[in-house]
Design a protein around this ligand. Sequence first.
Ligand code: SF4
Ligand code: SF4
Length: 218
Amino acid sequence: MSWFADLLGPFRGFAVTMRQVRKPRVTIKYPDEKRVKPQRFHGRHVLNRNDDGQEKCIGCELCAGVCPANCIYVRGADNPTDAPVSQGERYGFVYEINLLRCIFCALCVEACPTEAITMTHLFEMSVDNRDDAIFTRDELLVDRDGTPNHPEPASKLIDLDELVAGDGWMRATSSSGKAAYEGIVAWTPSARTGLLPPEKGQSESPQDPAEAQEGDDT
Ligand code: SF4
Ligand code: SF4
């Protein structure tokens, strides 16, 4: 009967195709169509400013220290007393991220004590030489009004609006990462966006933060 099975083979294959044709399509016509990304998406970084225009980065180098890919280079410098660049004693006067090495883990965002570095929703960053993959302070730092910079102009691939979407990871991460702290704002306002609200729905039944603290102490 093997000749009969061979004869049916193509029809069986065609039946598989016909079953798939009736199912909803899961592919989209990228880049004409783009999916809405999750609010905690890890895309390109930006360096933020306070709502008064001062830089949030205080040049502490914690982000560089925690980075598992060793792709951040920061040099801090003392703030000029007559015109301080940041609210700390120091500011990051050199800041570079080698995005070829970055694994987009967001540990730098978690480590930053001032919410200076956050990640956006833009991931289309193709370059044609290695030097251009090193994003410098000029490219990472937003303007005084909070408008982000990007080395390439807007195009079908590069939606610059995705550079102002983000901060989701910071707004979802509460003290100790506990869902019990859901809704507790632990970050400062930024230029352009102001004080962003906490992410909603991190847990079904958030605990009282005081109770959670007691639990931590025991
Ligand atoms: S996202 Fe991760 S790998 Fe990339 S710069 Fe930040 S800490 Fe380093
Ligand atoms: S981005 Fe944050 S962690 Fe990194 S040097 Fe600046 S203040 Fe420190």
